[in-house]
Each structure stands twice: as C-alpha cells, then as structure tokens.
Design a protein around this ligand. Structure first.
Ligand code: ADP
Ligand code: UDP
Length: 237
C-alpha cells in the first residue's frame, strides 16, 4: 500500500489517497481544536494516542457487528480506512447532560438522561455546526430516509457496546459524536472514536477525562486520554 497525495486536511487529521482507490490513509496529527476551530493547540503524543485509541474502539465495534471504515493500524499516527463518501452530519447520543445540551435547554450538567437522547448537527464550522433534524437531512439531500434511520440505529448500537466497556474501566460515557459515510452503497461508521469526540467521566469522582480538559483549560489533556486508554487495557509505549 502506497500513500499518495493529500486529499484534505481537517482540524485534527489529514487524509491521503493510496494506490488503492477504495482506501485512504488517515493521519492523526497533534493538532487539537475546540469551539469550531477558534481555540487551537499542539499537544505532544495526541496523534499517536488517538490513533491507537481509535483502532482499539473500532475493533471492538466491528467485533459487535457494527460496520466501520477501519482496516488496520499502519504506524504510530496512521491508520488505513475504507474511502467513504461522507454524510455531512454529526450524530450525537447523550447519556448524561453536558455541553451544548445544558447551554441550550438550561439543564444542569450531570443530569441522567433516560432514555438517552439523539441529535443531528450539520457539519459546518462556518455556521457553528447548527442542530438539524431528519427533515433537513432529507430535504437538502444530505442522506435518504433509510440512511437517516440506519445512522440512528447504529449510533445507539455503539452506545450498547461502549457504555459497558467504559463502565468496566470505571468511566461513564456521557456523550459522543459519530460520522457516517457510504462505501459502495453501504453505510459505514467513519471518522474516529476518541476522547476528542466524546465525554468520559470517572465513575466515582466525575472528573472529566476527555476534550473538556482542553476546552476548559483543566490541563493534562493527553495524560487523561492515556489514562482512559490504560483503564481499557491499552498500552501506548
Ligand atoms: P474536521 O473535518 O472536523 O476538521 P478532522 O480533522 O478529523 O475533522 O478531519 C478528518 C476529515 O476526514 C473529516 O472531514 C471527516 O469527515 C473525513 N473522513 C473521516 N473518515 C473518512 C473516510 N473514511 N473517508 C473519507 N473521509 C473521511
Ligand atoms: N462533538 C464533536 N465535534 C463537534 C461537536 C461535538 O466531537 O463538532 C462531540 C463533543 O466532544 C461531545 C458531543 O459531541 O462529546 C456533544 O457535544 P455538544 O453538542 O455538547 O457540543 P460542545 O459543547 O462539546 O461543543
């Protein structure tokens, strides 16, 4: 497999074409950003930690019959993935109230959500990733009705796999964001699952172990990501 020209560079990852038109290399960089790219920093080891973390989670999901784009780790900061035609929406499930839900609805952070909630956001930094619903997705042609239903079903299926996985490591999966895309007509989970795109709290103390450490200047950002990984049995050395 030969890495060829860069297809695009996002805020935290870069994507490269390969000699196989169906496969891409995803490079996890040390760049980190929040607030739609307005706050930025370089964090040592983050690319490596997130790449290995993502591989671990994607393999757990595949083992639970959730189809993903992930193929294999290539090196410390790179993974091989299936090329997807991305659907420009973010799918968010929440088990506990935090972040934008609290700001929007005036609820207290930490409130248990039963049942868990589901939200769609349009992936558009310039517009501040506005919340949208099924009708917008269909009316603007971002995805069809069956794909909308499948994204919801798969996003909840991920909850069923990952909530107990994190709980076994004494962590609460508060919320997470997923992106999907199409590969030869099949809807696959794409992008990443790392502490950059979810919230994880210590079960007892509710200490934040995810990107909120960066957003809220709590320090030890990558150290916390590594702690989360180690609690799941991962080794980053
Ligand atoms: P952002 O776009 O939010 O700045 P990243 O820095 O993570 O995010 O960039 C990664 C980009 O690659 C995103 O636009 C994401 O939608 C896209 N992407 C993720 N997985 C795939 C895939 N398998 N095929 C094509 N594009 C992908
Ligand atoms: N999220 C993300 N990318 C985004 C927006 C949200 O990964 O562009 C994740 C975020 O880390 C959290 C969940 O989705 O785990 C819900 O985020 P929320 O809507 O609360 O927005 P935030 O306040 O984090 O911007």
């Amino acid at each position: 497999m030969e890495k060829r020209q860069q297809l695009y560079a996002g805020k935290a990852k870069s994507v490269y074409e390969t000699d196989d038109p169906d496969r891409l290399v995803m490079l996890f960089r040390n760049d980190t950003s929040a607030f739609d790219g307005k706050k930025k920093a370089q964090l040592d080891r983050k690319g490596m930690v997130n790449n290995k973390f993502n591989a671990f989670i994607m393999e757990k999901l595949a083992a639970a019959a959730i189809a993903t784009h992930f193929e294999r780790l290539l090196c410390a900061q790179e993974s091989l993935v299936k090329r997807l035609q991305m659907i420009p929406v973010e799918c968010v499930v929440r088990n506990i109230a935090a972040g934008s839900l609290c700001r929007r609805l005036g609820v207290e952070e930490g409130l248990d959500l039963t049942p868990p909630t589901f939200e769609f956001f349009l992936k558009d930094d310039a517009l501040g990733d506005p919340m949208i619903n099924d009708y917008h997705i269909r009316a603007f042609g971002w995805a069809g009705a069956a794909q909308v239903e499948k994204m919801k079903e798969l996003t909840f299926a991920v909850n069923d796999v990952l909530k107990p996985l994190f709980l076994a490591g004494d962590m609460l999966l508060v919320d997470y964001k997923l992106e999907f895309g199409l590969h030869r007509g099949e809807l696959l989970l794409g992008d990443e699952f790392t502490p950059d795109g979810c919230r994880l709290w210590d079960r007892e103390t509710r200490e934040k172990l995810d990107k909120d450490r960066f957003r809220q200047d709590l320090g030890d950002v990558v150290e916390s990501y590594e702690l989360v990984g180690r609690r799941l049995g991962l080794n980053f050395d």
